[in-house]
Design a protein around this ligand. Structure first.
Ligand SMILES: NC(=O)c1ccc[n+]([C@@H]2O[C@H](COP(=O)([O-])OP(=O)(O)OC[C@H]3O[C@@H](n4cnc5c(N)ncnc54)[C@H](O)[C@@H]3O)[C@@H](O)[C@H]2O)c1
Length: 287
């Protein structure tokens, strides 16, 4: 997607952090925007900081982990602006504690917002974007945690690795269809935003998280410190993401330092596939 001017972007999780920065970038490039967030008050306050022409902005409250609310968001976006060209599935929540301390409710909340919401976005927007016949793009915010697994973030890592897998699958399908819609997956490392305080966006239906153990508290503090010390700002990430979308890049890794960890992980996997098998085992064949 090379031209943004006067095109329409839908951005979820736009009330804070990277989503708000994506909104700033989109408006700066002359786009019209639909900004969605669970927290409508925060979204309204955030939108005020954009100082944009109200005719170019639609605010919409939605819990994007809920299929029906994403369907309603798509209806609102297409009814208001007639077409959507850039879908930013960006809303997400952080959660940090030992894997054994994640309750069923913790898993449902984190996977719901971070992974199912991306699936809902693709299902409710993509067919209508394709029907418009114009060039477009889906930008899914995953994370460096979608490529390497840091301890203390089991559900987060699993959700983001799911977003990478979903994005890779979608890219292959759209390429086979010669679709004018492109896909990118954004994988930042630590960025100073509100993500370490995601409990504020935990809907009451999931209850409050249990008291963490001391070990989990240390992981949470480490994550907060890492987030707060992130060298690239949310605006840096949004600018890098838009430049990558314009080029049609698929993987967007704004933090160069994760290259080594990614290479180590995939090198270990490749090495395992080359480990000699016991003599009686049938040869490994591709699936
Ligand atoms: N900050 C980082 O270090 C970092 C690193 C890698 C990836 N990410 C990803 O970036 C994305 C944006 O996070 P951020 O860092 O800007 O955090 P943030 O907390 O500043 O912003 C997240 C926004 O998502 C909204 N949200 C939460 N649950 C929602 C729901 N169910 N429905 C709709 N909106 C909901 C929140 O209200 C908030 O406005 C997330 O997907 C996150 O996982 C962040």
């Amino acid at each position: 997607m090379q031209s943004f001017h006067d095109r329409v972007a839908v951005i979820t999780g736009a009330g804070s952090g990277i989503g708000l920065a994506l909104a700033r970038q989109a408006l700066a490039r002359g786009m019209r925007v639909v900004l969605a967030d669970l927290d409508h008050e925060a979204l309204r306050r955030a939108a005020d900081t954009l100082a944009a022409d109200p005719a170019r902005v639609l605010l919409h409250a939605a819990d994007v982990s809920r299929d029906a609310e994403v369907a309603a968001l798509a209806d609102a976006a297409f009814a208001h602006f007639g077409q959507v060209h850039l879908l930013c599935n960006n809303a997400g929540v952080g959660f940090s504690r030992l894997a054994v301390e994640h309750t069923a409710a913790d898993w449902e909340w984190v996977i719901g917002v971070n992974l199912y919401a991306v699936a809902h976005g693709i299902r409710h927007f993509l067919p209508r974007m394709q029907a418009g016949g114009q060039a477009g793009h889906v930008l899914n915010t995953a994370s460096a945690a979608g490529l390497v697994s840091t301890p203390g973030m089991a559900a987060y890592n699993a959700s983001k690795q799911g977003v990478v897998a979903l994005s890779e699958t979608l890219r292959a399908e759209l390429l086979e269809q010669h679709s004018p819609i492109g896909v990118s997956v954004l994988c930042p490392a630590w960025v100073p935003t509100g993500i370490h305080a995601s409990e504020r966006a935990r809907p009451p239906r999931f209850g409050r998280a249990d008291q963490p153990s001391e070990a989990s508290r240390v992981y949470a503090q480490t994550m907060q410190h890492a987030v707060e010390s992130g060298r690239l700002s949310a605006d840096d990430i949004a600018r890098i993401a838009f430049e990558a979308v314009a080029r049609g890049d698929f993987y967007i890794l704004p933090h160069r330092r994760i290259a080594q960890a990614v290479a180590l992980r995939f090198g270990e996997i490749a090495a395992a596939a080359e480990t000699p098998l016991p003599p009686s085992t049938p040869a490994r064949t591709p699936r």
